[in-house]
Design a protein around this ligand. Structure first.
Ligand code: TYD
Length: 216
């Protein structure tokens, strides 16, 4: 059980289609009487959004990329996430630290032990607790299907333009994170029609102790 607000992250490879479901869940939580803070990573604060622009478009070495991801996360946690949780909000975050393990760790091959150290530095609260989402909704989609969905959709950024092999490694990274922390994760089969994916997201949330049923 969360001790204060509620922290939900959304993950998946590019093209897995998480955005519309985040909005739908935000609406459902508001209907339950919760105040919702909708945010994203990298980003969510003026400083972190500047770092996002660099991260998504500028070439840099893997260590620099990992450090900037965590620098953005630190600012985001301090400025937005922790204050929102302290107020009792539901914080819905489009990607969080699992993305760093999946993309920088498994995708780029950056050292996972170093990422674990950075995770501890950046996400330890003043009370000494390691801040993690209460629930992570993982949209699991085959990289080939995601690539077809992304093709021609828009001008790809630095990550979206990676080859399918990169996304195979990223997907394996998410699977590893789930295996390491199965209670926190809800895996959603993202290759289904939109309505079925949405129903699965709501069902995964409905199994949580914090979910409040609203009379129809
Ligand atoms: P994304 O969340 O997909 O936003 P949009 O819907 O606007 O494309 O884009 C963020 C990109 O950043 C995505 O390709 C994954 C990448 N990323 C990392 O590589 N590491 C991280 O820690 C985070 C949070 C994101």
């Amino acid at each position: 059980m969360p001790t204060d607000g509620l922290f939900i992250s959304f993950e998946g490879i590019d093209g897995a289609g998480k955005s519309t479901h985040i909005d739908a869940l935000a609406a459902a939580l508001r209907a339950q009487g919760r105040t919702v803070t909708l945010t994203r990573e990298p980003g969510g604060t003026p400083l972190a959004e500047k770092l996002r622009a660099l991260l998504l478009h500028d070439a840099m070495d893997p260590l620099c990329e990992a450090l900037l991801m965590f620098a953005a996360r630190r600012d985001h946690l301090q400025q937005v996430i922790e204050p929102a949780l302290a107020r009792g909000d539901a914080v819905l975050c489009d990607r969080f630290t699992d993305a760093t393990f999946a993309y920088q760790g498994h995708g780029r091959g950056f050292d996972l032990a170093t990422l674990t150290t950075l995770e501890r530095w950046v996400q330890t609260t003043p009370q000494g607790r390691l801040r993690q989402p209460d629930l992570t909704v993982w949209f699991d989609l085959a990289p080939e299907v995601a690539a077809r969905r992304l093709a021609g959709a828009r001008v790809p950024d630095k990550f979206e333009s990676q080859p399918v092999e990169f996304f195979r490694r990223v997907a394996a990274g998410y699977a590893q994170r789930l295996a390491d922390d199965p209670v926190r994760f809800a895996r959603i089969a993202a290759d289904q029609p939109l309505d079925a994916v949405r129903a699965d997201v709501m069902a995964a949330c409905g199994r949580q102790a914090w979910w409040r049923e609203v009379a129809a």
